[in-house]
Design a binder for this molecule. Structure first.
Ligand code: G3I
Length: 317
């Protein structure tokens, strides 16, 4: 039978999903994951507040559980995420010395990457470091505030040293079309390439709104590919007001199709990851009240119109 994973594989792509360890014990959750998907991103389990909640004391147990599930089903694993201003324990936010913070950041990267060495397909080394206007995100971002712009390249240099075989990504949202933010990230990639700073990939989260896929989505992916990095769609979802209308579910199908077709048209786009399996557990309603229904399976694991549109866009409909 055709699945998201098999259809993507026929095009040489991985079709992944965010996974939360606490849901793996639900049989329908696990069986949908195992049947449909060929890639996994731990939704929260590899983040700093989970893996190093107090200084120097590392806990990888919930991430290990996802990794072992994924490995036993031959799924690719995206490591998410090593350096991010959010979901950062307060002991890190409270560090006042830049040299201490740099040491702490490097130790976190090295320890986490060593733990998972050889098991991770691509790592999100730095997440969400830019504002929508293309400036560096400084608000609530202790790394930017204390270390300055160079924290990003320091993180990539450290990650490359920790595991020279690992593929290293920069990951962000609202970068899905050609705009000030994606321009700034492209300029960073070009600068890194020109100075020999290791970067292999840019992740486009693609937390989208129904009816609003940027018209230059594919052109944007392509210009990054042309700059010499792989491109990945890392956190795709397309939200709408709930309860979902059938018109919006149809529009969502069209929208998913556009995103998937864009990835298929760009040879360096090798991964499409949706940010969750079922609408039931999506992050969207918790953040955008009155919105949701953003994924490919509804609350009862029924396939939505967008599911069939994705299969078709992958050439298997
Ligand atoms: O684990 C606790 C639980 O013990 C507690 O009872 C509950 C009460 O609120 O909170 C639980 O933690 C929540 C956690 O998700 C696990 O469900 C946090 O409050 C909540 O903030 C956290 O949200 C996550 C969010 O990142 C945090 O920024 C979402 O699950 C996760 O989907 C979301 O993912 C991010 C990507 O990492 C980066 N890009 C944007 C994307 C969406 O925000």
């Amino acid at each position: 039978d055709t699945t998201l994973g098999s259809a993507a594989a026929a095009k040489g792509r991985v079709f992944g999903t965010a996974v939360a360890n606490n849901h793996l014990s639900e049989s329908q959750y696990a069986s949908t994951l195992d049947t449909e998907f060929t890639g996994v991103t731990p939704e929260n389990e590899m983040k700093w507040d989970t893996t190093e909640s107090s200084q120097g004391s590392f806990n990888f147990s919930s991430a290990d559980a996802i990794v072992s599930h994924a490995q036993s089903h031959n799924m690719k694993i995206r490591g998410h995420t090593l350096v991010w201003y959010s979901q950062l324990p307060s002991w890190v936010s409270n560090i006042s010395s830049s040299s201490t913070l740099l040491q702490v950041m490097n130790n976190h990267i090295t320890t986490e990457m060593n733990h998972f060495k050889g098991k991770i397909w691509y790592w999100d080394v730095v997440n969400e470091a830019f504002n929508d206007d293309g400036s560096r995100r400084s608000t609530n971002n202790v790394f930017q505030q204390k270390i300055g712009n160079s924290y990003i390249e320091q993180a990539f240099i450290t990650a490359h040293a920790a595991d020279p075989n690992a593929k290293l990504c920069y990951n962000d949202y609202n970068t899905d079309g050609i705009n000030a933010k994606s321009n700034a990230i492209l300029a960073m990639v070009q600068d890194f390439k020109s100075r020999g700073i290791p970067i292999d990939c840019v992740g486009f989260q693609s937390h989208l709104i129904v009816g609003q896929v940027p018209s230059d989505y594919q052109a944007n992916l392509q210009r990054f590919a042309n700059a010499g990095v792989d491109v990945q769609i890392t956190e795709l979802d397309i939200r709408m007001p709930t309860p979902a209308s059938s018109a919006n579910l149809q529009q969502q199908a069209t929208d998913y199709s556009k995103v998937v077709s864009a990835c298929v048209a760009v040879s360096r786009c090798n991964d499409i990851t949706v940010w969750g399996i079922t609408d039931k557990y999506s992050w969207v309603p918790n953040t955008f009240s009155g919105q949701g229904a953003a994924l490919l399976f509804d609350d009862n694991y029924n396939k939505k119109p967008a599911y069939n549109a994705v299969i078709q866009a992958l050439g298997s409909g």
